[in-house]
Ligand binder design. Structure first.
Ligand code: ADP
Length: 629
């Protein structure tokens, strides 16, 4: 016998599950059945592809047995099974990174934590909601020894050698006194029908049946009524995704989603395709309502399972859909793939590539439909997954227009989020481009000097305040034949600029000052120029057409590109601002020096940048204040 400690996160999770009032306890059965179904899937695949398993008896089946006397519920499968190492690894630690980081970040507020838990499955451990002791006896397919893992939650568990004739896993739950409802046949049957009706394997149970008394023609009883026990299959085991759409009810789609996703919330939408052309396949995709815990982790768990002719192949292949659709859950079942495809082949397989392409188009068009039909629901989706969806604009050129249509933006002129289509519809005839500004905070963007001239001319500007925007937007140069341009670009359209004559006049007027300021700021600014985009502010920073702007530079640094050359911005000054009018009449070089630095720092601040030399800034400011007083 060996005693083991649970990983800290497991103890925490168990604690939460046992002590917080969890309203939906019945899902434990769905989680255990889901594990058994996976174990059967894995063995099926091996018997078909691996010579070592060819002679193994594969009779896929899940059995559930109730013992009212002992108050136990036992779930057995003839799947792949676990050896001693597997038991320690799988039932003593938390493997899924998302779940693990969720547990690490538990708030300690029981109510909040347990409602969060409800949004995703916690797998095997959820059985401790209804049981105070669990015994797992398992024998790995192809191995001789069997083991029993047992635990009463707390901090530890035990493993002992056991005897078991056949491979697979048997899980015995010793139910808590207050959970004896799970000893009733009809209760279990209804849970199975609800969540697990369409897993591809049969679930079997003993059912007591009353056989009515037999009477003769005179009504005399010849045989008394009796009860008989019959072993029956409770679920349909029909692999939902291969059924005809017309045969499937809405609730069945929803429940199947919960079975495959471990998520207890209904999906926002689903799309079911049966393709019967040159390439035959079935796909069923779901868009969840809530984001999985690992959405922004590199090691996220992909949500799509690959089957070939109903045989499960993998649930660990990230290439089945593009990364920007990593929140999609579902199933791809292909007819024309060999079963033992290697990962390398999978990734370049033309059949799979075709299915992938069609699937992306389908999913995007379903989202489009939702956007048109039910904007509120779409916004809910977009708030949760928009940040991820937008990543597609960076790489998926084929679907760029579709993705641009789905993208939503904050605007300088309107509340809420708008689409590019809505932006275009509100554009004036003479406006040639779509304009946007990027930065970290909406409030800073709204008051940025960079959009003063746009406001003055009543031109709408899109406000992009997410970190990915500065990486993605340079890739987006056009929407529906209209150019898309950042407002801090030196190449802004003529329509925004004042007329050229006036700029020229001002350049001449301020010639001497410009030259001096350029010299003073030569370490900080690439150039100092007359601006025609400002109304109220005295100065602003812009970037050369081909230079990365501040946000982009920050992003590149965060991505580990440390030794980038520093790109200097251009300082533009507002010739109509009284500061410059007054400077014209002074010939105080020291004053000009201070003013130049102050204007530079001010422009930095309004862009959300930091001032590097704060002491210098304060000194200069105080000097000027003193002078003014
Ligand atoms: P998840 O199913 O999300 O991975 P669980 O905590 O439910 O998380 O299960 C952990 C692991 O234990 C599974 O990934 C699987 O490897 C193993 N496991 C659980 N139940 C079974 C079973 N019935 N047969 C074989 N392996 C199982």
């Amino acid at each position: 016998m060996s005693k083991h400690q649970f990983q800290t996160e497991v103890t925490q999770l168990l604690d939460l599950m046992i002590h917080s009032l969890y309203s939906n306890k019945e899902i434990f059965l769905r989680e255990l059945i889901s594990n058994s179904s996976d174990a059967l899937d894995k063995l099926n695949y091996l018997t078909l592809t691996d010579d070592n398993y060819k002679n193994l008896e594969y009779k896929p089946k899940i059995d559930i047995a109730i013992d009212k006397g002992a108050k136990t519920l036992t779930l057995s499968d003839s799947g792949i099974g676990m050896n001693e190492e597997d038991l320690v690894e799988n039932l003593g630690t938390i493997a899924r990174s998302g779940t693990k980081s969720f547990v690490q970040n538990l708030s300690g507020d029981e109510k909040k934590d347990s409602s969060l838990i409800g949004q995703f499955g916690v797998g095997f451990y959820s059985a401790f909601m209804v049981a105070n002791k669990i015994e797992v006896t398992s024998k790995k397919a192809g191995e001789d020894k069997a083991y029993t893992w047992s635990s009463e939650a707390g901090g530890d568990y035990e493993i002992v050698e056991a005897t078991k004739d056949t491979h697979g896993t048997s899980i015995k739950l010793f139910l808590k006194d207050e959970e004896v409802e799970f000893l009733e046949y009809y209760r279990i049957e209804s849970i199975i029908k609800k969540y697990s009706n369409h897993i591809p394997f049969g679930i079997w149970m003993d059912k007591e049946e009353t056989i009515p008394a037999v009477t003769d023609d005179d009504g005399k009883e010849t045989e008394p009524s009796k009860t008989e026990i019959k072993n029956i299959q409770v679920n349909k085991a029909s692999a939902l995704w291969r059924m005809n759409k017309s045969e499937i009810k809405k609730d069945e789609y929803k429940d199947f989603y919960k079975q495959i996703s471990h998520d207890s919330t209904d999906p926002i939408l689903w799309t079911h395709t049966k393709a019967e052309g040159t390439i035959e396949y079935n796909t069923l995709f779901y868009i969840p309502t809530t984001a999985p815990m690992d959405l922004f982790r590199m090691d996220y768990q992909p949500g799509v399972k690959l089957y070939v002719k109903r045989v499960f192949i993998t649930d660990d292949e990230k290439e089945l859909l593009p990364v920007y659709l990593r929140f999609v859950k579902g199933i791809i079942d292909a007819e024309d793939l060999p079963l033992n495809v290697s990962r390398e082949i999978l990734q370049q397989n033309i059949v799979l590539e075709t299915i992938k392409k069609a699937s992306v188009k389908k999913i995007l068009s379903e989202l489009k439909k939702l956007q048109t039909k039910d904007k509120e629901k779409y916004l809910e989706f977009y708030k949760t997954f928009g940040r991820v969806l937008k990543e597609g604009l960076y790489g998926d050129f084929e679907n760029k227009e579709a993705l641009l249509d789905l993208a939503m933006f904050k605007s300088s002129k309107r509340e809420g989020l708008i689409t590019l289509k809505e932006y275009k519809e509100a554009m004036k005839d003479e406006q040639k481009s779509i304009y946007y500004i990027t930065g970290e905070e909406e409030a800073i963007l709204r008051h940025s000097p960079l959009i003063e001239q746009f406001k003055a001319k009543d031109i709408e500007v899109l406000l992009l305040d997410e970190d990915v925007d500065s990486i993605i937007m340079p890739m987006v140069t056009e929407y529906d034949k209209t150019p898309i341009k950042p407002v801090n670009n030196s190449d802004i359209d003529e329509e925004i600029k004042e007329d050229k004559e006036e700029v020229k006049e001002n350049e001449d007027k301020y010639q001497a000052i410009l030259v001096k300021m350029k010299e003073i700021l030569k370490d900080d600014a690439k150039d100092v120029k007359i601006s025609s985009r400002l109304s109220d502010s005295p100065s602003v920073l812009i970037y050369d057409k081909n230079d990365p702007d501040f946000q982009m530079q920050q992003m590149l640094k965060q991505m580990g590109q440390d030794n980038l050359p520093t790109v200097k911005p251009i300082l533009e000054i507002n010739p109509k601002h009284e500061i410059f009018e007054k400077l014209l009449n002074k010939s105080d070089d020291l004053l000009l020096n201070d003013v130049s630095y102050l204007l530079m720092d001010q422009a930095r601040l309004s862009e959300g940048m930091k001032i590097e030399d704060i002491t210098g800034f304060a000194k200069r400011l105080n000097k000027i204040i003193a002078k003014a007083l």
